[in-house]
Design a protein around this ligand. Structure first.
Ligand SMILES: [Zn+2]
Length: 221
């Protein structure tokens, strides 16, 4: 609150938003308390409160859609430091049969978002994720990347639950593939919960983001 730019949007690739006095504009509209967080933190918090991770104290929520983002809860609190985490841009090892150049404007084919977000699937296979049938090689490669991300989160955070949301994981056949690839890549190194209970889809559906913001507001007011 002491900062001159408190409540301003910092540098962002989103057109027109860099340096925007968001809080000032909201306060001018209605002078009530404001808090803000990322959309994925909102959705992740909803999964933590009443969703797939409601019995966990430590969880990772990953959304895979037009981008990839994560909301992380550790010890019952959203993880944040100098800024919010960007766990969708972790660097990954490429699948040996994948020659796609990646779509992340910052990291190309080095990061999870560049390799596994919806637009990456579409650009790699020249059709949308919805048009790709179950059993296609595309899903094996997608699962390899999502499993690798789950593996990295497991190594660093040892969560009790990893929850996948967003448009791409609407494809239910992805889950057995992610779990199998996770087990193979983990190679029995760490003890994790039963994979059926560990790597799971969202329980709050697509309204999780707004629901989570409501729960967060209740904890802050
Ligand atoms: Zn990236």
């Amino acid at each position: 609150p002491e900062s001159k730019t408190y409540g301003y949007v910092l540098d962002t690739p989103k057109h027109g938003w860099s340096g925007y006095d968001f809080l000032g504009r909201m306060k001018a509209w209605r002078d009530i308390p404001y808090f803000w967080t990322t959309d994925v933190n909102g959705a992740g918090w909803a999964e933590f409160e009443t969703g797939a991770a409601k019995d966990a104290q430590n969880m990772v929520y990953l959304t895979v859609g037009t981008g990839v983002g994560a909301g992380i809860v550790s010890g019952g609190k959203l993880v944040s430091g100098y800024g919010h985490p960007e766990a969708g841009h972790i660097f990954l090892q490429k699948h040996p049969e994948d020659h796609y150049e990646g779509h992340c404007p910052f990291h190309g084919d080095n990061c999870l978002e560049g390799l596994a977000a919806g637009p990456a699937i579409e650009a790699r296979w020249h059709k949308s994720a919805k048009e790709i049938p179950d059993g296609d090689k595309a899903w094996e490669i997608e699962a390899f990347y999502l499993a690798q991300a789950a593996l990295d989160y497991t190594m660093i955070l040892r969560p009790e639950k990893i929850v996948f949301g967003g448009g791409v994981p609407h494809r239910e056949t992805l889950f057995p593939l992610i779990r199998a690839s996770f087990a193979e890549q983990m190679s029995d190194y760490l003890d994790v919960p039963d994979l059926e209970d560990y790597i799971v889809p969202v329980a709050n559906g697509d309204n999780a983001g707004i629901l989570g913001c409501f729960y967060l507001a209740k904890t802050l007011l």
